[in-house]
Ligand binder design. Structure first.
Ligand code: AMP
Length: 332
């Protein structure tokens, strides 16, 4: 499969199990199936929120470390920091001339930001979809693994690509498409019994890949349950459904079957179930946490990986910029 794949991740620092099962595993799968994967940490994008410089650089570093620790392999994919590829900034400038105020103002994610951070409605927020289009088009990607909320940005990317082709009477940029593996998208539940695992719900509702064993145990034991089923085969409420879903992610099928049986015949003891989940989660996360520790200890290795990834990304991006300059007449 020779299609080019591009995806960016936010430099949020610590990844939790939701990020792992919802996003990272797909990247790992894709790098094995597609030889041309570009995965980057979107540090230019994050400037819209004005992070302090120390937090930004440490979060970019940590995010890269955690993706590597989960199995992203720099020999199979191109892994880089967006800001290591200044050609992206140049193409962003070009595409800003092709994007119209009216269409950008209508984007739901922009409208959300206007509501949620009225004191910082900067132009970077408005042109966020332009930068995202450039992240994709700079490598001529056809496949972009994104969630439903980003689908509109992919459609805008197609519009910008077609607008460029039309304006300059070329057939240069190809249309990219959102990509996801078939089936229901995985949704990892929160430990508080409600909804999805998310950093915004608080530290204790998430299991992080960097959590120590005792922290994992404590968090799981505090997960919300109820007083237990009162009649056989009773439907599970959300909190109980969630705890079973967490078990599904990390435990063996026979363990899951056992606790389902005890739930259905009303002999379940949630304390035992949570102890089991905690131990299975500890075992699941241990090798990832060990990898994180090793990458953190070897600063030179990370630097080398980032330099090589940046170099590969710049080679691809420079070719695009050279050709774009030629097409639009920036040549002397
Ligand atoms: P975030 O940094 O919270 O925007 O998450 C980054 C990506 O991780 C999302 O686009 C999802 O693909 C994935 N993700 C985050 N939380 C969950 C969750 N609870 N269940 C499944 N996937 C998730």
């Amino acid at each position: 499969m020779n299609e080019i794949v591009v995806s960016g991740v936010r430099p949020t620092g610590k990844l939790h199990l939701g990020n792992y099962f919802g996003a990272v595993v797909n990247f790992v799968k894709m790098q094995n199936e597609y030889p041309n994967c570009y995965f980057f940490v979107a540090d230019y994008h994050s400037l819209t929120t004005h992070p302090n410089p120390i937090d930004l650089s440490s979060n970019v570093r940590l995010t890269l470390i955690e993706y590597l620790a989960c199995g992203l392999d720099p020999n199979k994919c191109t892994l880089y920091a967006q800001s290591d590829v200044p050609q992206i900034a140049e193409l962003y400038l070009v595409f800003n001339m092709l994007a119209y105020l009216g269409e950008l103002e209508k984007v739901p994610t922009f409208k959300d930001k206007v509501r949620s951070q009225p004191d910082n409605v900067n132009a970077g927020l408005l042109t966020y979809p332009v930068l995202m289009a450039v992240d994709i088009l700079i490598h001529h990607a056809q496949k972009v693994p994104v969630g439903k909320d980003q689908m509109q940005h992919i459609e805008m990317t197609r519009n910008f690509a077609n607008r460029f082709n039309h304006l300059y009477k070329v057939d240069y940029f190809k249309e990219p498409h959102g990509f996801h593996y078939g089936g229901e998208p995985v949704s990892v539940p929160s430990l508080d019994g409600q909804g999805k695992m998310s950093k915004s719900k608080g530290e204790n509702t998430c299991i992080y890949l960097s959590d120590e064993e005792d922290v994992i145990r404590k968090k799981v034991m505090k997960a919300t349950t109820d007083s237990g089923p009162t009649e056989p085969n009773q439907p599970k409420n959300e909190a109980i459904q969630n705890i079973f879903e967490l078990m599904n992610l990390v435990s063996k099928p026979e363990t899951i079957a056992h606790f389902n049986d005890t739930y259905n015949n009303c002999t379940i003891r949630y304390g035992d179930m949570k102890k089991q989940i905690a131990e299975d989660m500890v075992a699941f996360i241990a090798p990832i946490r060990e990898n994180i520790r090793q990458y953190e200890a070897d600063k030179d290795l990370l630097k080398r990986i980032m330099q090589d990834g940046g170099e590969k990304a710049r080679i691809s991006a420079s070719k695009t910029i050279r050709e774009v300059r030629e097409i639009i007449g920036l040549k002397f």
